[in-house]
Ligand binder design. Sequence first.
Ligand code: SAH
Length: 347
Amino acid sequence: MKDSKKDIRALTREELRDFFVEQGEKAFRGNQVYEWLWTKGAHSFDDMTNLSKETRSFLDTHFVINHIKVDQMQRSNDGTIKNAVKLHDGLTVESVLIPTASRTTACVSSQVGCSLNCKFCATARLKRMRNLNPDEIFDQVVAIDQQSRLYHNRPLSNIVFMGMGEPLMNYKNVVASIEKITAPDGLNMSPKRITVSTSGVPKIIKKMADDGVKFKLAVSLHSALDEVRTDIMPFNEQMPLHELKEALQYWYMKTKKRITYEYVVWRGINDQDKDIEALIDFCLAVPSKVNLIEYNPIDDGQFQQADPEAINRYVAKLEDRGITVTVRRSRGKDIDAACGQLANKNG
Ligand code: SAH
């Protein structure tokens, strides 16, 4: 009869309080349960030790806590940890802990598979797709925070939505998860330490600006020329660059927050001066900076990392125009945990 029980994390604090009152109990029990669920990340009623045994088993007859399970954990020799995360319905996603000298970043998934079709991304090849619920995203953060404390002796400091899936195609649940992660009665993390990375869905970028979200925005640009971008990110045909640019201008006007462009330079695809000039134009339209990220090969070699000279040309020309640019090396490549390598390939 497991299925007839309601997932307790679908309830608001108010609804939990009301539930207890209806049962002839005190409303503050609802607060206690809420705190166990959203501040302490409890996955079992038995963990709720300030409730009586009777109350715990009573909750157990009415509710379930659908939660993720870290099924497999791989540790890279650079300290990166990749988790294969089992969802309550048996599907799997991946999340990654990325340590640096000063911080620990959680890279979390927002969907099972992805509906976009970026040619260079391993996740795009996974057919099966569903959106993650807010608690499934929340649980990834809690699991990585625990690993950070255990293996790196410090709490999690940053979160990036750069795992599997396109966060803006699951906008409602992503925002709901961030609310729990940042709430004072949740994990109480600062939204300034959270980055949502998108392939660029103009309509939702505008909605985010209207909603006044407080997290940071990164856009996977990879090319500022429509013909090139459509080739490697075919959805660009439906959402071309001028729409993206307009949405980003709107974002900046409303939020005053600078945008980060994620950009991989590939040999023979976007390594020419015309590509650099187009990127410069795009950058000058909205306050922004560029992250040049290393390509992580996923296949037969259709895509190859550009020569160092091409990267250096990008850096020099961008800097020359006053645009901030960083070159980012990938982490966790030996365990397929780097950008674009997440494809449920474990072991
Ligand atoms: N869908 C979101 C978030 C997931 S991808 C987005 O597109 O932003 C996270 C980043 O990894 C994106 O910038 C994506 O373009 C990049 N990426 C995808 N495949 C890659 C690969 N094989 N090598 C390097 N980066 C890759």
